[in-house]
Design a protein around this ligand. Structure first.
Ligand code: TRP
Length: 451
């Protein structure tokens, strides 16, 4: 019998893993969500907590989740079973994998609807945004949200595109798509930054995002920022675990995770600065919410030289970034179905996409026909976002930290992580103490038990 590691596909190189995981991490979370969350959560307070969460919780857990995937060599459920068995621990730890598979599929459903907005705006950008005012742009966004067929049509197309790539398999489809697109996205974000410096109010943007204002930090800001740190690094939902399971032994998990985080955080900050520079130069509302980038950037495209081309290019690249992220949301459930049920890869991908597509229809309707349907005061879109980002991800993150920090044998951990001496102790301390305590405190605080 061959060992699992010899039958599973693997990345073609360390750079492939970095690229693909960065492709998963960098997506709508960086370009769409980070700026609007920063705006609705008061700017610098949110950014400060977000950065603290990235450093103190995000990077350590990114490493831990990658490690569990590589050691466990399997889909999230089987990987957890295998590492739990090795550690002589309870098989209930498989729940971590199940939470991931469920959460990733739920995220996919609303992620695809938002990616649909981007596709819609790509077409709008082809026609150009010339002569548009901030009022006409906000009317355009409202009209999109009000139209169920437009939303469902683009959502369906996006899901179909995902289906095609993921069916292509790990090294064929996913790797190839990422190699060109990530650097291109980086280039266009730099271009927007340049525009923000030259033609908009970059000083105001810097002040808004980095002005030290600790008194503005509240419990909601902290939970939102922590949730977003998980979201942007694709943490806790089995995506990183699955990608880690395709990673060759012998590759430094620490270094690769550091590169991935730097790229992810860098893109988010640059995108945020560019957008707020335009927001303040044009007298727009920073707390506009999920439509922020769609009501902001077209103004810049209508004014900059060759703005039409830049606009189209921008939306195309954001759509690609969303695509490479969505792929990673499909992979956990797919690998589970393939390895557990013996289903072929194609029907497995089709099943996962179908379920997420179906739930996505409810998300699309929650902006119009079903906007009155609410639970805990949240519509379907907000409900799914809150459930996954603010609950399932931190919960899975907490469990991953506890497992890697307290259950797994230290020698095995050290062997996988590949850090020595003080660096290892620093990471281990973050996983054993800082992450679980921080996540638990934030949870308790939100439930109102303390603080
Ligand atoms: N990180 C991606 C983004 O910022 C979204 C994403 C992809 C994700 N895969 C994930 C989020 C897995 C959570 C879990 O756009």
């Amino acid at each position: 019998m061959s060992s699992p590691s010899s039958v599973r596909a693997h990345w073609s190189s360390r750079w492939a893993f970095i690229l693909v995981t960065a492709g998963s991490a960098i997506g709508l979370g960086n370009i769409w969500k980070f700026p609007y969350m920063t705006g609705t959560n008061g700017g610098s307070a949110f950014v400060l907590v977000y950065l603290a969460c990235i450093v103190g919780i995000g990077v350590p857990l990114l490493m831990a989740e990658t490690m569990l995937g590589r050691r466990g060599q399997g889909n999230p459920v089987d990987a957890m079973r295998s590492v739990a068995t090795e550690a002589g621990a309870n098989q209930l730890w498989q729940v971590v994998g199940a939470i991931g598979i469920l959460g990733a599929s739920l995220i996919l459903s609303f992620y695809s609807v938002v990616a649909g907005w981007i596709l819609d705006y790509t077409v709008l950008a082809v026609h150009g945004f010339d002569g548009m005012s901030k009022d006409s742009l906000s009317a355009i966004f409202s009209a999109l949200l009000a139209d169920p067929w437009r939303l469902i049509g683009w959502h369906s197309l996006f899901m179909l595109l995902n289906l095609l790539v993921v069916i292509g398999g790990v090294t064929g489809g996913i790797e190839r798509a990422n190699k060109i697109l990530m650097p291109a996205l980086f280039a266009i974000v730099l271009l927007l930054l340049g525009y923000g410096i030259v033609a908009a109010d970059m000083a105001a943007a810097v002040r808004f995002m980095f002005h030290f204002e600790p008194q503005a930090i509240s419990a909601t800001v902290i939970l939102s920022a922590m949730g977003h740190a998980f979201f942007t690094l694709s943490l806790g939902m089995g995506a990183i675990m699955t990608y880690g399971s395709y990673l060759e032994r012998g590759t430094s998990i620490a270094r690769t995770c550091l590169y991935i985080t730097l790229a992810d955080t860098g893109i988010a900050l640059l995108a945020g600065l560019s957008i707020f520079a335009i927001v303040f130069a044009q007298g727009l509302e920073p707390a506009a919410g999920p439509g922020l980038i769609l009501q902001t950037l077209p103004l810049a495209f209508s004014q900059m030289p060759m703005g039409n081309i830049v606009g189209v290019l921008f939306f195309v690249l954001v759509a690609f970034a969303a695509w490479t992220s969505a792929i990673s949301l499909i992979e956990p459930a797919t690998s589970f179905l393939v390895e557990r049920t013996g289903l072929g890869r194609k029907p497995a991908v089709a099943a996962v996409c179908f379920v997420a597509w179906f739930i996505g229809i409810a998300v699309a309707l929650s902006f119009n026909l079903w906007s009155e349907i609410k639970l805990f005061g949240l519509n379907i879109f907000d409900l799914l976002d809150t459930l996954t980002t603010k609950m399932l991800m931190p919960l899975a993150g907490l469990l991953i930290a506890l497992f890697a920090g307290w259950v797994m044998k230290r020698a095995h951990v050290a062997d996988e992580i590949g850090l020595q001496g003080g660096a290892f102790r620093l990471w281990y301390g973050a996983v054993r103490y800082v992450s679980p305590v921080a996540i638990a405190l934030i949870f308790l605080n939100v439930i109102g038990v303390i603080g």
